[in-house]
Design a protein around this ligand. Structure first.
Ligand code: BV8
Ligand code: ZN
Length: 250
């Protein structure tokens, strides 16, 4: 295991692994969007800093005070609306073009992977750009910015919620199953920009390793995963990922 700031030896080793592999998976967290100017959850300017996750990203919080929760999501939507994908997002979109067997699993709800051109994406925590009706279940993309303080369903006038997975809520079973399947079949698993704390997403890397994948962590700091990874590339994903896919022809 190595943890070096883009040590050329390890960079070459991971590049070789990617060249030799058909089935590659990536799990991304808020860190990959940091260089686009989207605050991470736990960073110094973290999203939770202004608010606490337990106070807002839960069904109880929404039931107790839907206006406060919508105020937080409207704030995040307005913040993310003007952000662009960074070289890290673009490198993963290029990786998908070079390797059809590449699957991107993201914990992020900001939609920046899709804006970067990635298509084989499992948004396991949902999307901040989708809304879902509490009454009829109708779910659709709505980029109105900002949404009203208590947005209503155009079909049945029911109260809308963000179509994201809150703490204490189960993930979509088919998305969850698909992501564990991808992890189990991966020859290489890139774990990028995540504090590896939130479950069950954090278990995907362990699943990949158990199934024989070469696990690579890309992060600016150590995480609980670092000691499990075969390679730890320390540095910003916007710098490392484009280097990793250099010379990777289809
Ligand atoms: C569930 C959507 C079944 C909403 C989010 C098992 C064990 C322990 C706890 C649990 C468990 N199972 C369930 C739980 C409870 C809970 C949980 O995991 N709690 C944690 C806090 C311990 N999990 C759940 O509730 C999940 N549900 O399992 O259902 C169930 C049901 C009932 C009861 C029990 C179980 C649902 C979790 C999903 C929550 N929704 N997001 C929204 O966004 O509004 S989570 C949200 O936080 C994100 O989606 C993401 O998953 C997480 C934040 O993590 P990161 O993305 O990693 O971001 P973070 O800021 O933490 O870290 C950024 C990293 O980037 C850092 O490492 C930093 O160094 C790095 N970085 C920064 N800049 C860069 C960089 N890296 C590279 N380059 C850079 N430039
Ligand atoms: Zn409805």
């Amino acid at each position: 295991m190595s943890e070096t700031p883009i040590d050329p030896t390890w960079l070459a080793a991971v590049q070789d692994k990617l060249k030799q592999s058909a089935r590659i998976a990536a799990l991304t967290g808020a860190g990959i969007s940091a260089e686009s100017g989207v605050p991470t959850f736990r960073g110094a300017d973290g999203l939770w800093k202004k608010y606490r996750a337990e106070d807002l990203a839960t069904p109880e919080a929404f039931a107790r005070n839907p206006e406060l929760v919508w105020e937080w999501y409207n704030w995040r939507r307005s913040l993310i609306a003007e952000k662009k994908p960074n070289p890290g997002h673009l490198a993963l979109a290029a990786l998908e073009k070079a390797r059809p067997g590449f699957t991107l699993i993201t914990q992020n709800v900001d939609g920046l992977h899709l804006s970067a051109g990635s298509r084989n994406v499992l948004e396991i925590h949902g999307s901040i750009w989708r809304v879902r009706c509490l009454d009829c279940g109708g779910c659709r993309e709505d980029r109105t910015n900002p949404l009203p303080p208590l947005p209503r369903c155009p079909q049945c006038n029911g109260l809308l919620r963000p179509d994201v997975v809150w703490f204490g809520e189960s993930l979509n079973p088919s998305l969850l199953e698909a992501s564990f399947q991808v992890a189990a079949l991966a020859e290489v698993m890139l774990v990028i920009g995540t504090s590896a704390i939130v479950q069950p997403a954090a278990s995907l890397a362990r699943q990949a390793k158990r199934s024989g994948a070469f696990v690579v962590e890309v992060n600016v700091e150590k995480t609980p995963l670092s000691s499990q990874a075969h390679a730890v590339l320390t540095g910003p994903s916007g710098l490392i990922l484009p280097r990793l896919i250099e010379g990777l022809s289809p």
